[in-house]
Design a binder for this molecule. Structure first.
Ligand SMILES: [Zn+2]
Length: 497
């Protein structure tokens, strides 16, 4: 084990010692090993389901906290619905049932009694929420309904991958109902923008805001918008969605009201979600061969203090570490003091690097005498010796700088791995090379499917005019079939998680 445990170019050797396969050797193995060894999640005895361990749960709670505050600040109220939904509800909206039928878990028995009408474990809650809304809604004065709930949903998966593909996953689902289309569409965009801001400012994830093509829409939606992020293997991860559902669900569930003019009208509804997949995005956007790199603003532990002492002065160093931690906590920084005895410093350094803690402070007796500490950023190679007080007072700025570094690195990676293609051969080659491709498309579902069959790439989205990336307006003809493109934009194609 290297003495300093730093990112000193011995990635392979260290990875072998610690047992994390380098990303370049096998990205999939790297991911699975990091999830397990960083104590984020474990396999469970339930097929397709994961167990989120405390470190992973702490990360998810930080995600929840920020989003929950923002939902409330934008006027939404949370509520709580049952996990079970009557089977008959799911079949009411034709596209919806077609989309979800193959993934449904069904409860058909209570004790030994067969149920006359089975229940399904909710795959999402539009149907039961629509049913209840129809009873709550009378007049235009009742609108809008601005609701959301936190919980888990169930969609059967054969091949499990922690956080990315599990039969039970965790999320919030936002559901709103409005008197008119304009207001509902405004809500859809507002929530998409909240997700975009969250990813950029809290997770250091650059994401592309755009509209999905018709064949990639949510089952039952009129329009689906997404934010798409690029992982370090060039694949896309749909990191959040926001849907305009038109009157499809309100007609299926009789969500209607008296207008100001005493006429009867159906509500315009929306739904939106970010799920526990976002943790997969954090891991795969920022991680390196040493393990995770937690974006500082969401990290469960932002700074780890490691007392470096011998037997006779270890306790005194721990005490000094606690004092330092208390000063950092007073600034609102999340700090852990690693008090483990009988474990080498090198082991501790590697352990916290694997877990991606943004900053490490080493505190030794000789340094303490001189009033200095040793500081190392997770994303850098070098250790710095700083005055103790300077290290404390500069910590928030240091964490911000790490955030910016991560965001810039991820943005550069996305830009370097996104190419324009104007011929089908170029598209195929670029996808094969692990890139996103920007190309014109005709919008025809069969044409889209033929590209997917050839390349395993799907349309990710069509960037919005105010998207941060790839938003320029351009006219062209379909890269596959040469029909004119209806979008006035290039579409992003990519393989996806
Ligand atoms: Zn085409």
């Amino acid at each position: 084990m290297t003495k300093d445990g730093g990112n000193n170019g011995k990635a392979d050797k260290k990875a072998q010692q610690y047992g994390v396969t380098p990303q370049s050797v096998d990205f999939n193995d790297w991911y699975n090993e990091v999830v397990k060894k960083a104590d984020l999640a474990d396999n469970s005895p339930v097929a397709g389901a994961m167990v989120v361990r405390p470190y992973g749960a702490a990360l998810w709670e930080n995600v929840q906290r920020w989003l929950d505050d923002r939902f409330k600040a934008t006027g939404h109220e949370s509520l709580i619905f049952p996990t079970l939904i009557p089977m008959g509800f799911i079949t009411k909206e034709a596209d919806h049932v077609e989309g979800f039928a193959p993934e449904l878990f069904t409860v058909s028995k209570i004790g030994t009694e067969e149920l006359a009408e089975p229940y399904v474990m909710r795959p999402t809650s539009e149907t039961i929420i629509g049913h209840m809304w129809s009873g709550w809604l009378n007049s235009y004065r009742d609108l809008p309904f601005l609701h959301y709930q936190w919980g888990s949903v169930f969609r059967a998966e054969l091949r499990t991958k922690a956080f990315l593909r599990t039969s039970e996953f965790f999320w919030h689902e936002g559901h709103t109902a409005h008197a008119d289309e304009g207001e509902a569409r405004g809500e859809v965009r507002q929530q998409l923008d909240v997700y975009h801001e969250f990813c950029r400012d809290m997770l250091a994830l650059p994401v592309v805001r755009g509209e999905k093509t018709a064949s990639e829409r949510f089952a039952g939606a009129v329009a689906t918008y997404s934010i798409e992020g690029m992982m370090r293997d060039g694949k896309a991860l749909q990191s959040g969605t926001s849907h305009y559902l038109g009157q499809n669900f309100s007609k299926a569930f009789d969500v209607k009201f008296q207008t100001r003019e005493q006429k009867e009208a159906y509500a315009h509804t929306t739904s939106w979600a970010i799920s526990s997949r976002i943790i997969g995005a954090i891991i795969m956007t920022h991680g390196d061969d040493f393990g995770l790199i937690m974006p500082p603003r969401i990290a469960p532990i932002q700074v780890v203090v490691i007392p470096v002492g011998r037997k006779d002065n270890f306790d005194a160093m721990v005490e000094e570490g606690e004092k330092l931690a208390a000063e950092l906590r007073a600034q609102g920084i999340r700090v852990k003091v690693d008090k483990r005895d009988g474990v080498t410093n090198g082991f501790k350094y590697n352990d916290w690097e694997l877990k991606g803690v943004p900053v490490r402070i080493e505190l030794g007796p000789r340094d303490l005498e001189q009033g200095v500490v040793v500081v190392k950023n997770r994303n850098g190679k070098d250790k710095e010796t700083l005055g103790r007080n300077e290290a404390v007072s500069g910590m928030t700025a240091r964490l911000d700088a790490i955030h910016t570094w991560l965001l810039d690195r991820a943005t550069d990676y996305m830009m370097e791995h996104t190419v324009k293609a104007d011929s089908y051969e170029d598209l195929q080659a670029a996808i094969e090379g692990g890139n996103w491709v920007r190309a014109f498309h005709c919008g025809d579902a069969a044409c889209e499917k033929s590209i997917k069959d050839d390349t395993k790439a799907t349309t990710r989205n069509i960037p919005l005019d105010d998207a941060e990336f790839f938003n320029e307006r351009e006219e062209g003809r379909c890269v596959k079939c040469d029909q004119p493109s209806p979008y006035g934009k290039r579409v992003i194609f990519g393989r996806q998680y």
